[in-house]
Design a protein around this ligand. Structure first.
Ligand SMILES: [Zn+2]
Length: 107
């Protein structure tokens, strides 16, 4: 009986952890619809645009992809930049070839 209780207690912990994961994901989904979170995405876009302009790129329009993400391309050389409002531990907020390399055609 003692062992059965321990197992069910363990399952309870797993279930509680899963519920927390769901709550975090739902919070992110909800946050995307909030104006202050959109401002954060705009701030990332401003940061990214500034960074690629330093390398001589001329960024085109932003294309939204997944929730909290967008990407854009240089109109001159086709290098890309991406912004991610919710980066995973192995991802970054602002990245792409336009951030890393100079534009092919410098002004
Ligand atoms: Zn370029």
């Amino acid at each position: 009986m003692g062992q059965t209780q321990r197992v069910s207690g363990g399952l309870g912990l797993v279930r509680r952890a899963q519920e927390q994961d769901v709550a975090i994901l739902q919070a992110h989904d909800g946050a995307d619809a909030m104006i202050d979170q959109r401002k954060s995405l705009l701030a990332l876009k401003r940061e990214a645009r500034h960074a690629v302009q330093q390398r001589g790129h001329r960024l085109g329009a932003w294309i939204p992809s997944h929730a909290g993400r967008a990407c854009a391309e240089c109109a001159v050389c086709g290098a890309w930049v991406t912004v991610n409002r919710y980066p995973m531990p192995n991802e970054i907020e602002v990245g792409g070839s336009a951030v890393a390399i100079e534009c092919r055609v410098k002004a």
